[in-house]
Write a protein that binds this ligand. Structure first.
Ligand code: ATP
Length: 238
């Protein structure tokens, strides 16, 4: 399986403050990689750097075989890279439908953007029921569905997801995880997922990537982290 995303010796940070150091990882097409690690390990910073919000200070990112250095955020989105940041970033004053339309505003193929919107309503049934409700009227789970749904309108190939289950009831979080798995298995999506809920992330991930202090300290099949208590204890503390 070829890797859709290849990160090599990447470093990045905030102004003069270095955060990521020599980060190397590879995410094969159609798989879910879970980025794990303590608060402050650099997971969010990695997603921000991959989606072009932060400029790398060194290293390389290859996406679909091409070097991403210097590529502007809009181009990345057009090439199928979508980032759903922590905190969800939906527009609270706009309705569900309007938020989804925002996700497709830049798309030239209007008909396909509408098709994608219908598909999102099929995937996330609560959104279909609440399409005329404003963002602020939604539950936490519905907001997360809307944020992911809006990203899906762009028909991404790589979805960078930051803490999708933050603040959600376990049942809703599990639904969202199952859906991500389904999108990868049937829709060819590839996901890089930051998740504090390690068990939930490992239940759907193919690969677990553990970060600490801005570095990748381990990348291994998720099944190994699920099954090997010694490894889990050493790297994840439980
Ligand atoms: P969390 O789960 O807490 O978000 P994380 O693994 O995603 O953890 P990051 O948010 O990437 O970690 O933070 C990594 C480091 O970068 C931390 O030391 C943090 O203090 C620092 N950092 C994060 N955002 C900024 C910022 N805007 N300016 C300066 N430093 C920052």
């Amino acid at each position: 399986m070829s890797a859709l995303l290849e990160v090599e010796a990447l470093s990045s940070g905030y102004g003069p403050v270095p955060v990521l150091r020599d980060v190397t990882l590879s995410v094969p097409a159609g798989t879910v990689a879970a980025l794990l690690g303590a608060n402050g390990a650099g997971k969010t910073t990695l997603l921000r750097t991959l989606s072009g919000l932060l400029r790398p200070t060194g290293g390389r990112v290859r996406y679909d075989g091409a070097d991403l250095r210097g590529v502007r955020v809009e181009r990345l989105v057009r090439r199928g890279l979508a980032h759903v940041p922590e905190g969800r970033g939906i527009v609270a004053e706009l309705t569900v439908e309007e938020n989804l339309r925002l996700g497709g505003l830049w798309r030239r193929d209007r008909a396909d953007a509408r098709r994608a919107q219908d598909e999102v309503y099929q995937l996330f049934e609560p959104l279909a029921r609440r399409r005329r409700h404003a963002g602020h009227q939604l539950s936490g789970g519905e907001r997360q569905m809307l944020a992911i749904g809006r990203a899906l309108i762009a028909r991404p190939r790589l979805l960078l997801l930051d803490e999708p289950s933050l603040g959600l009831a376990p049942r809703v979080a599990a639904q969202i995880m199952a859906l991500l798995r389904q999108l990868c298995d049937s829709g060819g999506l590839t996901v890089l997922l930051v998740e504090q809920n390690v068990r939930s992330a490992l239940s759907v991930a193919d690969q677990g990537v553990v970060m600490s202090l801005g570095r990748v300290v381990m990348a291994t099949p998720a099944a190994q982290l699920r099954d090997d208590a010694t490894l889990r204890h050493a790297y994840l503390g439980f």
